[in-house]
Design a protein around this ligand. Structure first.
Ligand code: 2NL
Length: 344
């Protein structure tokens, strides 16, 4: 029996030593230490032994079991360590490789310029108001002193949906709506940015859809000098403190008197060049005192309330500020054009 146990031990230890994987090792464990294994078999036959032999063989069998068991355990640890080592080796990453570049998006230049204009007027106490792009004839024309038959609302200049509904041709209807909603009370102090639509043949300076920002201030004692002051702050903050403004008389059906504003040319500092066509001045927006008819139609007493209004094309502002020579660049979305305006 003693020989049999030593034989089993040698056999088992050899198999443990030769086991190439955890699975194989597990099989050896089941084979030798399991309930149906040869050692259990030996223990079962102990009844035939003498009283002196029995404890000796019992002890020996237990020693053999525990020797095999610890051999398996240590082999298991070795195998696991080797497997981990192999995995680490295979999954090694080269931290010195260059990373993949992440192409982060950026704001469209038109969005940036709109935010800049908005922030600037918000800084002077204006609120931002928005309204529908598909508008009623009443708010787009009638309420702005453009009655039916007026030459400035010629069918050919607008996109009509029905006879009474059209794509707004300016953002003024938002202001007409805001005034109407304010029920004849002051102050109204808003800017209205948004898309506008005009039937036009696209070229370098015209687009059938562009972005307008209009401003409106209605209250008691609002004067032309208030308009001039606000626009002077706007021009200097947008284009530089060294810029001068000037107002020239003009005409709009919804303002009286009406003006156009120029800023001094930066390229030639007033001397005259190709950018300002030799005049030293560049036109940037139009405005004036809100026509009494417009105030009255919106429910204001034009003897008590006055107001100023102005409007500008956001594309034109961006073109002047950044030297962009074609309005179509804003809508063609060539990334080489757009990326120029992304910071870092
Ligand atoms: C331009 C000129 C202008 C206005 C817009 C306006 C609005 C109301 C009443 C009176 Cl509710 N006026 N807006 C006034 C003068 C000029 O826009 O060149 N836009 C691109």
């Amino acid at each position: 029996m003693k020989e049999r146990l030593l034989e089993l031990k040698a056999e088992a230890l050899e198999k443990v030593a030769n086991a190439g994987g955890v699975k194989e090792l597990q099989q050896v464990k089941v084979e030798y230490l399991g309930k149906k294994g040869p050692i259990t078999e030996v223990l079962r036959g102990m009844g035939k032994l003498s009283a002196e032999q029995r404890p000796l063989i019992g002890q020996m069998a237990n020693d053999v079991r525990s020797d095999i068991s610890s051999a398996i355990e240590s082999k298991q640890a070795t195998l696991e360590e080797a497997a981990l080592e192999k995995q680490l080796e295979e999954e090694k990453i080269d931290v010195t490789l260059p990373g993949r570049p992440i192409h982060a998006g950026g704001r469209h230049i038109l969005t940036s310029i709109l935010e800049e204009i908005e922030d600037l007027f918000i800084g002077m106490g204006f609120a931002v108001a928005e309204g529908p792009e598909v508008e009623q004839d009443y708010y787009n024309f009638e309420a702005l002193n453009l009655p039916k038959g007026h030459p400035a609302r010629d069918m050919q200049d607008s996109f009509y949906i029905t006879e009474e509904i059209l794509m707004r041709t300016h953002t003024s209807p938002v202001q007409a709506r805001t005034m109407t909603n304010n029920e004849g009370k002051g102050p109204v102090k808003i800017i209205c940015p948004g898309k506008v639509y005009r039937r036009d043949t696209d070229d370098a300076t015209h687009s059938h859809q562009f972005t307008q920002v209009e401003g409106l201030l209605v209250d008691e004692n609002v004067r032309m000098s208030d308009l001039k002051g606000v626009l002077n702050v706007f021009a200097k903050q947008m284009f530089g403190e060294d810029r001068e403004i000037r107002l020239r008389p003009s005409f709009f059906p919804f303002t009286e008197p009406s003006v156009e504003m120029d800023i001094s040319c930066k390229v030639c500092a007033g001397e005259g060049c190709s950018v300002c066509k030799g005049t030293g001045w560049i036109e940037i927006l139009g405005g004036g005192m809100v026509h009494p008819n417009v105030l009255e139609m919106a429910g204001y007493d034009s003897k008590k309330y006055t107001g100023f209004a102005f409007g500008m094309g956001a594309e034109r502002i961006a073109m002047l500020k950044y030297g962009i020579d074609d309005i179509r660049h804003f809508y063609t979305n060539d990334v080489r054009f757009l990326n120029q305006f992304h910071k870092a």
